[in-house]
Design a binder for this molecule. Structure first.
Ligand SMILES: NC(=O)c1ccc[n+]([C@@H]2O[C@H](COP(=O)([O-])OP(=O)(O)OC[C@H]3O[C@@H](n4cnc5c(N)ncnc54)[C@H](OP(=O)(O)O)[C@@H]3O)[C@@H](O)[C@H]2O)c1
Length: 246
């Protein structure tokens, strides 16, 4: 069983609010120095850093649009410089949704969702893998969605990105498994964040648990997959969805 090297750091994309902020807090509570990225929410990101520091952890907030050219290599290097060690846990959480029925979903909204939720995640994984393979220890956790498995009308772009993300997760997992690097997905159902704030509450009636999940409940799954205890879990998708995918 490979143990986390002492200087290892974690990076969470989209850690300024919602699920990503909860993940950053959970990893910091597990002793990871955490770099959290954001696109535009500098104040929110600073508040997440302050909360982590107040609880005795270490964190930095880094502005980085995951879709920008060269963003992956640059942000991984900045995290290493600022926190003093290689990024050996990478949580690809940043994501967007731009819903419409397929008949009126234009190319721009299709492409923006694929670029952010799938292509950018692949680039982050590709850039992060080198140091992980050299360290013979690494944890990649990709935040997918129950919608990658189960249809949700109006989300063809989002479903394609998240379904593709689960497929890429499995393939990359088998490429690197022998080197102590695990690659898994966590697939949330309906979680109470800004992303779901505009969805009708009737949606909850279709969830076996009859309630929305909390960001901390997703973060707990990520925390486990990032831990030394999860060294033999790879290529899997862990649903945190109140039974929606069952
Ligand atoms: N909420 C749910 O029910 C649910 C269900 C299934 C899956 N998910 C997935 O869980 C993840 C987090 O969702 P959430 O509900 O916490 O979303 P959220 O509250 O909307 O937060 C999204 C986060 O991603 C960041 N972000 C968005 N685009 C970015 C970009 N281009 N570059 C860098 N950061 C970017 C945002 O930063 P800024 O604020 O700076 O823009 C923010 O920190 C997403 O991948 C989402 O698809 C959510």
């Amino acid at each position: 069983m490979s143990e986390r090297p002492q200087d290892a750091v974690a990076l969470v994309t989209g850690g300024s609010r919602g699920i990503g902020a909860a993940i950053a807090g959970a990893l910091a509570a597990d002793g990871w120095p955490v770099a959290l990225t954001y696109r535009s929410g500098a104040q929110e990101a600073a508040a997440v850093v302050a909360a982590i520091e107040a609880a005795g952890g270490r964190a930095v907030a880094l502005q980085s649009d995951v879709t920008a050219d060269g963003a992956a290599a640059a942000v991984l290097e900045t995290a290493r410089e600022q926190l003093g060690g290689p990024v050996l846990t990478l949580v690809n959480n940043a994501g967007v949704r731009e819903d419409d029925l397929a008949i009126s979903l234009d190319d721009e909204r299709w492409q923006r969702v694929i670029d952010t939720n799938l292509t950018a995640v692949f680039r982050m994984m590709r850039e992060a893998l080198g140091p992980m393979l050299r360290a013979r220890h690494g944890r990649i956790v990709n935040i997918a969605s129950v919608v990658g498995l189960r249809a949700n009308a109006g989300q063809a772009n989002y479903a394609a990105a998240k379904g593709g993300l689960v497929a890429a997760t499995k393939t990359i997992a088998v490429e690197v498994a022998r080197r102590g690097v695990t690659v898994n997905a966590v697939a949330p159902g309906f979680i109470a964040t800004d992303m779901t704030a505009d969805l009708p509450k009737e949606f909850l009636d279709g969830i076996p648990a009859r309630r929305a999940g909390m960001p901390e409940e997703v973060a707990a799954a990520v925390r486990f997959l990032a831990s030394d205890d999860a060294g033999y879990v790879t290529g899997s998708t862990l649903y945190v969805d109140g039974g929606l995918a069952a």
